[in-house]
Structure formats: C-alpha cells, structure tokens
Design a protein around this ligand. Structure first.
Ligand code: GLC
Length: 426
C-alpha cells in the first residue's frame, strides 16, 4: 500500500512538474563565441520567463556535419530539439521539417529584417526560419606586415594577393618564423569550400555554379583559370593542410600570428581584437580580391543562420517565442557588439554601439547586401548534393588529383544528372 501511495504521489508530482516547468532545446552552433553568446541569451530568456528552461545543445562546427545530425533528428521525427539553427542554404532543402513562423507571431517582426533573407527563408509562403545573423566572406590582412614589407595597401586582385603573401611569407620565414604562412582559408571538402570557391569563381567572371534561373554555368574557362590558381596556393602560400581546414583552423593559425592573410567570416574580427590575440590592433578587413579578368570584381559569398522551429516539437508555440526572442533587436545587438555577428535587423546597422564595436559593419555594408548567393533556391531540395558535387570536384583539384579543366567538365555532367538543368555560359 505504501509503495502504491508513494508511486502515486510521484506520478502526481511529475505531472505537476511537467505542467509547470517547460523546456525548450535549441540546437546552436559553437564556432568562435557562438555557444557562449547563445547560452547567455538563453539565461536572459529564462530570467524573463520563470518556469521555462532553455537548453542549448552544441552542434558540430562544420555545416555538413551539422546537417547530418539534424537529418537524424528529422528522420526520427524527434521532439528532442525544438529550435534549430539553420544555414541560409537550408530552408529549401529542409522546409518540410519546420513550422511556419508566420503562424507564431513572426508577421509582426519580419519586416525589420533584410527582405532578401526573409525571402530566402520563405518556402511556398511559409517562413521556415527567422533570420538570426548574416555574413559574407571577407579578407583579413595584417596591417603591420604590409607596412613592414613596403606595400601601399592590401591586395586588389588574387594575383596580387598571391605575390604579396609569398613575399611576406619568405621574409617571415627568413626571420625565423618557420610556422608562418601567406594565406589561410577553408579548403576542407565541405560546405565552407563551396563558399570559398564560389568567391574565386564569381570574382573572375565565372558565374555562380548554377544561375538563379537554373542553368549550369560552372564549366567555363574563367572558373578553370581561378581554380587552378587556388590549387597553386596549396603548399606554397597556404599550408598543405589547408585542404583539411574549416573556419576555426584558419582562425587559430591567423590569431596566433602565423598568417599574413585570411579568408573568413566576420565572427573572426571580435576574437582577433580581444586580449590575448597575437594580431590584436594589427589587422583590418576588406572585400576579398577580384579576379584578373577585365571585369573581375570582388565577390563575397552570402552566409548566415536562421532559427527554425521543428514540426516535431511538443511545444511549437513556446519554441517560437524563444526563437523570436533570440533573433530580436536587443539580442542581435549583443551578438553584434560582443561577437561581430552581423545583424539581420537593418536598423542595427545604424546603431552607434554596434558601429563602434564593429566599424566595418558600416564601411563594408555593401559587401553584406550584395553578397553572392549559393544556388540553394534554384536547386532545392537537392542543394546539399549539388554543393557536395561542387566541393568534391574543387577539392580534387586542390589536392592535385585532377586538373581544373577536367574536374569542372566532369562536375557539369554530374550536375546535369542531379538537377536535370541545361548547361550554359555565366
Ligand atoms: C558560415 C556561413 C554559412 C556557411 C558556412 C560554411 O557558417 O554563415 O552560411 O554555409 O560558413 O562553412
């Protein structure tokens, strides 16, 4: 009898408990300071909303690994994660797994955000993710070393970058810095390589892999030329291991003072300026170099992350409330000031505190608003496969298994089979 009574009261306590305490789990990134920033935001939400627990689940750094994990949750229709941090390229591929945030209050705030991102996140009229932060590829360069080696300013073209990186690297090595490299970037076979290679190709008038209206353009001589140039960096101005680098590998080498130039996203800025960084006060950012073709212009790939609420969540309403809180003006401001994560709320680009902390959010505003999109909308729901075919082809050139001409010709055939799209010129 006692046991029955005890277990009865336990059941009552549990039932009461679950009615009172509610938990929302957010799957969030941990690149740079992301995890700390998201946890701090979750704490603020909990303070304002006693009775709610927001848990932040750390997910893998590399976009492909993160997607793999999410797909396992979706496959199982798991309610374990309520809110997912999703990449700007995923709404089309993953739309079926998310609720329409317009049904949960997003209508009131959507027009504060960059319209192009809201449009990107809207699939068949449904808002799959509330924009959280945006980004675009930038060139980080060492102001002290450029001066020391007598350069007037940072490189304007990839050819100039190649030469300057070599000169500085030779000099630093001769001065005893045996670990020093000219240029670090993201060359592992993953989504990050797609973003880097798209920048090379677009800046050399080689198009954007597949055009927004569904034409496969990647197999062209400008794309071949710049891909071959990039392959020539591996083991010369870039470490041989760059073909295994993600964002954090590049940043670590750069922040330790072991590189003259780095391609990375804005998040690396705050960290580089912090106490303890070997490059604090000695670097700046600018648009990436242009290609060497007559009309070559710098190109930055559009990146960024959204918060989507899972269809399999047990409490989509509360989950949406958390997502909208995390993506709100005040919270985006904290992430901008402390983590140099670009807001998606336009008004924050006029906020004095934001501009003081991260001056290039103002000076490079056009880089962020004119960034080149990956062909995720045109190829949905198969973008992940398209990108994988692309970065695999590029990686084979970087590692010397294939020359660019052959690799891009073979890629074109793969992309035709994958998408059924016609081929054409950029
Ligand atoms: C950054 C970008 C994201 C991109 C990824 C590639 O996280 O924000 O859009 O897919 O890098 O590594």
């Amino acid at each position: 009898m006692r046991i029955v009574l005890l277990s009865l009261s336990l059941a009552v306590a549990l039932a009461l408990g679950s009615a009172v305490a509610q938990t929302v789990t957010v799957a969030g990134g941990a690149v740079g300071q992301e995890l700390e920033l998201t946890r701090a935001a979750a704490d603020r939400y909990m303070q304002e909303n006693p009775g709610v627990t927001v848990e932040v689940l750390e997910v893998p750094d590399l976009a492909d690994n993160r997607l793999g994990l999410y797909l396992q949750f979706f496959e199982a229709q798991s309610s374990e994660v309520d809110v997912y941090q999703i990449d700007v390229i995923w709404p089309g591929d993953l739309a079926v797994h998310f609720v329409d945030l317009y049904d949960y209050g997003a209508r009131d705030v959507a027009d504060q955000h960059f319209p192009a991102i809201v449009e990107n996140n809207t699939v068949d009229g449904r808002l799959i993710g509330i924009p959280w932060f945006t980004d675009a590829g930038l060139l980080y360069y060492r102001t002290d070393l450029l001066e020391e080696y007598g350069f007037d300013g940072p490189p304007e073209t990839w050819a100039e970058l190649t030469e300057m990186a070599q000169t500085i690297q030779d000099g630093e090595r001769a001065a005893g810095q045996s670990d020093f490299w000219g240029f670090v970037w993201q060359g592992n076979a993953y989504e990050g390589l797609t973003t880097n290679a798209l920048e090379w190709i677009a800046s050399n008038e080689g198009g954007s892999i597949i055009s927004p209206d569904g034409v496969i353009t990647v197999n062209n001589s400008n794309a071949v030329e710049i891909t071959d140039l990039a392959a020539s960096w591996v083991g010369t101005i870039s470490p041989p291991g760059v073909t295994g680098f993600g964002e954090e590998d590049a940043r670590n080498m750069w922040q330790a003072g072991n590189a003259a130039f780095m391609r990375n996203w804005p998040y690396a800025y705050s960290l580089g300026q912090q106490d303890g960084s070997a490059v604090a006060g000695n670097f700046d950012v600018r648009p990436l170099p242009a290609g060497d073709t007559m009309g070559g212009e710098p190109a930055a790939t559009l990146g960024g992350w959204q918060l989507g609420v899972s269809r399999y969540s047990n409490n989509p309403e509360l989950a949406a409330d958390v997502a909208l809180f995390l993506a709100s003006y005040d919270e985006q401001k904290v992430r901008a000031v402390e983590g140099s994560l670009n807001p998606t709320i336009m008004a924050l680009y006029e906020d004095a505190d934001v501009l003081e902390a991260v001056p290039f959010f103002g000076s490079l505003f056009d880089v962020f608003t004119n960034a080149v999109a990956r062909p995720s909308t045109a190829t949905a729901p198969n973008y992940a496969q398209v990108s994988s075919a692309f970065y695999t082809a590029i990686h084979s050139v970087l590692t010397g298994q294939e020359d660019a001409e052959t690799a891009l010709a073979l890629l074109e055939i793969d992309l035709e089979a994958l998408t059924g799209f016609p081929t054409g010129t950029p």
